[in-house]
Design a protein. Structure first.
Length: 181
């Protein structure tokens, strides 16, 4: 049984790498935010608006416990998922957790190009977003760094580099993947 769980700040490429790894390994891919939206029939932004961040985090935890029980899957978590409740301990008990680590400037450039509405970044100027990313990383990295593996994803800005990241991740997880077969 394989469970690969991707963690990291928003914009680190969890969904991009998860999709690419899914195609490469032939395993289903679940983005936790998409799963929540599908199950709750609301966007993450709508959930934040209707139940607040605390209410969203409770929903997220419940949905995490559903998805992380699936077998032979790749799961990408929301950027804050590992930082609430006992989520990080739970994730480490469920499979191979991988922190996709990127510098704040890289995260900012990815978020700037992204088309997804990020509730935590709404109504912020570019300088405020940059500061917010740095502050949030200081708070969240102690959780992210508890992942079983860490993968540098600073250079994942085109298709070829994404494929290199997939190969690097497979190499990083080689023992884990072979042990779980």
């Amino acid at each position: 049984m394989k469970r690969i769980i991707l963690l990291g700040y928003m914009g680190s490429g969890k969904t991009t790498l998860g999709n690419a790894l899914s195609k490469d390994l032939g395993l289903p891919f679940y983005d936790l935010d998409w799963y929540i939206e599908s199950r709750m029939r609301q966007t993450v932004k709508q959930l934040f608006d209707s139940v607040g961040e605390e209410g969203f985090r409770r929903i997220e935890r419940n949905m995490l416990h559903e998805v992380a029980e699936f077998e032979n899957v790749i799961v990408s978590c929301g950027g804050g998922t590992p930082c609430f409740y006992d989520n990080m301990d739970y994730l480490n008990g469920q499979g191979a957790t991988v922190y996709l680590k990127a510098e704040p400037a890289v995260l900012y450039s990815h978020l700037k190009m992204g088309k997804t509405v990020r509730p935590l970044l709404l109504n912020k100027t570019p300088d405020e977003v940059k500061g917010f990313i740095r502050e949030q990383l200081e708070i969240r990295e102690p959780f992210y760094n508890r992942a079983k593996y860490i993968l540098d994803v600073n250079l994942m800005d085109n298709y070829d580099k994404i494929q290199i990241s997939v190969e690097n991740l497979k190499t990083l997880l080689a023992l884990e993947l072979n042990d779980q077969q």
